[in-house]
Design a protein around this ligand. Structure first.
Ligand code: ADP
Ligand code: ASP
Ligand code: MG
Length: 422
């Protein structure tokens, strides 16, 4: 297996996640990384997330003040986290003898639609970024945020949105894109759960999309979509080491791949089951969910004695919006029965090699059965099989599947990477 060559672009966008800027020492560490890149002669744009878990703290604070925080005000609040981190990194860069300037998303020209808390980037007019780069400054852009021209308001891009800021800036500036986090790349499973998970040197966009969609937090789904649409190669690396990381790009590794490349999981799936659908169609429920910007995962439609039943899963953060959607679609129908199961998680196996192989589902179910786990729902795509299982069994299932598909590091008797626990 070969590692992809470094791109020749003269500008690099370097993104650092919350753990990477969690305290003053780490902020100084990020500043050093940016300065090192600048001293290699490239133009540097850094984009950072809010410090540590501060976005969660702000959300919790909002919830303590108001049971249903106004989305516009939520964006005003949440966008401050990235702004703080960005200004602090710029200060630390100054102390290393380099010029730096920090911008909010709006100052950087990141224009979005007006959908608060999950805005989509419409265009970027990076006039001030280019001007500052021209003056040899290291530019810091607050991640996860933009500005709506329609409402003249600050918006945020959805959880994990700084990855998206990075890819969007790289696409606009024709820059290379490096995403730094607390793990040295994309692994065959979450290395916090599977000690012998291996780093994947190269992952195709196609596989990364499925991995991100099924819970591999290391890169956010929308960032991978944007990267693919714009041909931006993502280099996922560790903030804390110089290991080679993972290249996410169009082509794979040029070798025949095993059927399964990675096991992914999520722990926040909520399954809605709506029964008694006479009078309203299942499409109306899904349409109402889409109008609430809920992204619906596994969908199963069954017809029983008491009418049609629709089951679909959503992530926990979308539950309030899903409840609104179901209530709205079922208005006036006393018979509508809605059940929510929030004791579920999801385990998935992903691999482009699955297309041409048979028996993957059988092997997956066998491994789960050996753990005495009965999947509640199974869904498939050409390169992914997902099972909704008891939340308490998720970690056990991930490890069992990782073993069953022989993804571990067979050459090593010890964990190749054990990330620091928070
Ligand atoms: P950041 O805050 O830098 O954006 P995240 O917490 O969003 O970082 O993503 C990094 C985390 O993703 C890791 O700490 C790891 O636990 C988790 N993760 C889940 N699946 C994978 C995987 N397949 N490979 C690497 N990391 C993974
Ligand atoms: N701070 C935001 C979040 O926690 C955005 C990000 O980290 O990318 O979701
Ligand atoms: Mg992230």
């Amino acid at each position: 297996m070969h590692e992809a060559p470094v791109t020749a672009s003269d500008t690099v966008v370097m993104k650092f996640g919350g753990t990477s800027v969690a305290d003053p020492d780490r902020i100084r560490g990020v500043a050093r990384r940016l300065v090192e890149a600048r001293e290699r002669g490239v133009r540097v744009v850094g984009t950072v997330s809010a410090m540590g878990r501060s976005t969660d703290s702000l959300l919790e604070l909002a919830g303590r003040v108001s049971p249903h925080p106004d989305p516009r005000e939520l964006d005003m609040l949440l966008s401050t986290g990235e702004r703080i981190a960005c200004a602090l990194v710029a200060m630390a860069v100054h102390d290393l003898g380099h010029e730096a300037v920090s911008f909010t998303g709006s100052q950087a020209g990141i224009i979005t639609d007006a959908v608060y808390t999950r805005a989509k980037i419409r265009e970027i007019t990076p006039v001030r970024v280019l001007e500052a780069l021209e003056r040899e400054k290291i530019v810091l852009v607050a991640g996860f945020q933009g500005f709506s021209r329609d409402t003249m308001d600050v918006t945020t891009l959805g959880r994990g949105g700084t990855d998206l800021t990075a890819v969007a800036l790289a696409a606009t500036l024709g820059a290379s894109c490096e995403i730094y986090s607390d793990v040295p790349g994309v692994f065959t499973a979450d290395p916090r759960i599977v000690p012998d998970a291996r780093r994947l040197p190269v992952v195709s966009y196609e596989e990364m999309l499925e991995m991100a969609a099924s819970g591999a937090r290391v890169l956010v789904l929308r960032a991978v979509e944007l990267a693919r649409a714009n041909g931006v190669r993502i280099h996922a690396r560790s903030t804390f080491s110089d290991e080679p990381g993972t290249w996410v790009q169009e082509r794979g590794e040029g070798v025949e791949l095993p059927p399964v490349r990675a096991v992914t999981h999520s722990r926040d799936d909520v399954l809605f089951t709506v029964r008694g659908l006479e009078g309203i169609s299942s499409a109306a429920v899904l349409r109402a969910a889409a109008a609430e910007h809920v992204s619906v995962d596994t969908v199963v439609l069954g017809v029983g004695r008491d009418g049609a039943g629709l089951s679909f899963s959503v992530s926990a953060e979308d539950v309030p919006a899903t409840r609104r959607a179901v209530a709205q679609a079922g208005e006036g129908l006393a018979l509508l029965e809605v059940e929510e199961s929030d004791d579920l998680g999801k385990v998935s196996v992903v691999g482009a090699g699955m297309r041409s192989r048979t028996g993957v589902a059988a092997r997956m179910l066998q491994a789960l059965a050996e753990e005495r786990v009965e999947p509640r729902l199974i869904s498939t795509s050409p390169i992914k099989i997902s099972c909704l299982v008891d939340r308490a069994a998720v970690e056990r299932c991930v490890r069992a599947l990782h073993d069953a598909f022989e993804l571990g590091d067979t050459n090593s008797q010890h964990a190749i990477y054990a990330p620091p626990l928070e």
